[in-house]
Write a protein that binds this ligand. Structure first.
Ligand code: ARG
Length: 465
């Protein structure tokens, strides 16, 4: 029977007037959800296959549907598909086109299914692909950091607390700190993937369906780990998208921290690294400028990703079971979070390993600022002085250094002895930068030896992926 109603919608049966033109545009999602046409078709093919397996469709009907959907996918990919706002979303656009092409069989595809479980399936399929791409990009960045850390295991730079010179560290060690942050992000991403990878298909509108469906089969056909456990929850749950955005917000927070350091380091004031020209742009008025645009943009984009997390949390807050149209609002934040994270990782994976450290400048900065003061205190402790007293003694020596513009290592033995008679000639071994970093030779310490071991440990982690 053809649609004999005042609406041309697939759901128009009970309506007596056409949708208001503005409401049609206001409620439509096709402009953004057409992004997952591939996943929609993938889900429909699995659904039709299952329906035939269960005797709801004939084998011939199934084949017609699969051929029709496959042809539609090709047409979408080659730009030969007319998306229509009046058909609301990606699901109805594709289904209507299928029916146009294969006739009455096309109308049978939606048997035992609703757009509610359909869209939940599509987002999960889409997000699973996105996660796999992002995981690969994250791994590429981590790999690049390990390579650079291995090359810079012996490079000495100042380590900071409160952005004040604190103790010397190795540049390789600093890069490995970034690696650790990203490693936790990777673990969070994979953990999130487990909850993404469940099949809601078969939940139908909210209560399940009266057809003899096989949810295990569609789950398997789509590569999901298992079907979800409750139909009401299946159509309303967007936790997995919130979890992804939470992963994304933390990852971006980490990238923003690294960006900030790259920006500082490439400034004339720090002058620790040179950022290759291909990652920078100039100024239209100041000819001398070379701006670190890439890390600045990554730092800036953190804001929008954090915003998407808050959007999705707020979207879900207080929603009664089961599906509500509110959930159509999940897509744009999720898509933008995926795009932003993917682009930022790509930029970072290209840029971070290409940083050119200025080793002499880093070293000079590490010498300034009494960065070996703790080493002198530790030296005094080894001579039998309690740590608090040693701290006091070294504080006085630093005060003298500030007045006389001398680093600890530049003072003569006699000058140092004014502060403690326990100081001997061997003090100069610990006051050197190399002595200071080499002394921190334990798991997680900054010694070059430890940096090399950590690089090897982490390489093994990456190659096990
Ligand atoms: N475009 C809708 C969404 O993204 C699809 C589900 C619509 N379901 C419904 N009952 N109106 O959520």
């Amino acid at each position: 029977m053809s649609n004999n109603n005042s609406s041309d919608k697939p759901w128009g049966g009970r309506f007596t007037e056409a949708t208001d033109a503005f409401v049609e545009r206001f409620t439509a999602s096709v402009d953004f959800d057409r992004r997952f046409y591939r996943h929609d078709i993938q889900g429909s093919i699995a659904h039709a296959t299952m329906l035939a397996e269960c005797g709801v469709l004939t084998g011939e009907e199934k084949q017609q549907i699969i051929d029709g959907l496959t042809a539609i996918r090709e047409d979408i990919e080659t730009g030969n598909f007319n998306w229509s706002v009046s058909l609301e979303d990606v699901h109805m656009n594709i289904e209507a086109e299928l029916t146009k092409r294969i006739g009455i069989t096309g109308k049978k595809l939606h048997t035992g299914r609703s757009r509610n479980d359909q869209v939940a399936t599509d987002i999960r399929l889409y997000l699973r692909d996105a996660i796999d791409e992002i995981a690969a990009e994250l791994t590429r960045l981590q790999q690049g950091l390990l390579d650079l850390a291995a090359r810079e295991a012996d490079t000495i730079m100042p380590g900071f607390t409160h952005l004040q010179s604190a103790q010397p560290v190795t540049f390789g060690h600093h890069l490995l700190a970034w690696f650790e942050m990203l490693q936790r992000d990777y673990e969070r991403l994979l953990d999130c993937r487990k909850r993404v990878n469940r099949s809601p298909l078969g939940a139908a509108a909210l209560a399940g369906t009266s057809y003899p469906i096989d949810r295990e089969l569609t789950s398997k056909l789509l590569g999901f780990d298992a079907p979800t456990g409750n139909s009401l929850d299946s159509v309303s749950d967007r936790d997995f998208a919130i979890e992804f955005c939470s992963f994304a917000a933390l990852l971006m927070t980490h990238l923003s921290r690294a960006s900030e350091e790259i920006i500082l380091w490439s400034s004339a004031q720090f002058n620790f690294i040179d950022l290759p020209d291909r990652f920078c742009t100039g100024s239209s008025i100041m000819p001398q400028k070379k701006n670190p645009d890439v890390p600045e943009l990554v730092r800036g984009k953190t804001g929008r990703v954090n915003g998407h997390l808050v959007s999705l949390l707020t979207l879900m807050k207080s929603q009664p079971l089961a599906y509500n149209k509110d959930n159509q609002e999940d897509k744009e934040p999720l898509f933008d979070a995926v795009d932003t994270v993917r682009d930022c990782l790509r930029a970072f994976a290209d840029m971070a390993p290409a940083m050119l450290p200025k080793r002499d400048k880093m070293r000079a900065a590490a010498i300034a600022g009494f960065s070996t003061a703790t080493d002198l205190a530790d030296y005094l402790v080894r001579k039998g002085i309690p740590f608090r007293d040693a701290h006091e003694i070294v504080g006085k020596a630093v005060g003298y250094g500030v007045q006389s513009s001398k680093d600890l290592s530049e003072m003569s033995l006699d000058e140092l002895k004014q502060f403690s008679s326990d100081i001997e000639n061997d003090v100069f071994d610990v006051l050197t930068l190399e002595g200071s970093v080499a002394a921190r030779d334990h798991l997680g310490g900054t010694a070059p030896n430890q940096v090399r071991q950590a690089v090897e440990r982490n390489r093994a982690l990456l190659s096990a992926r």
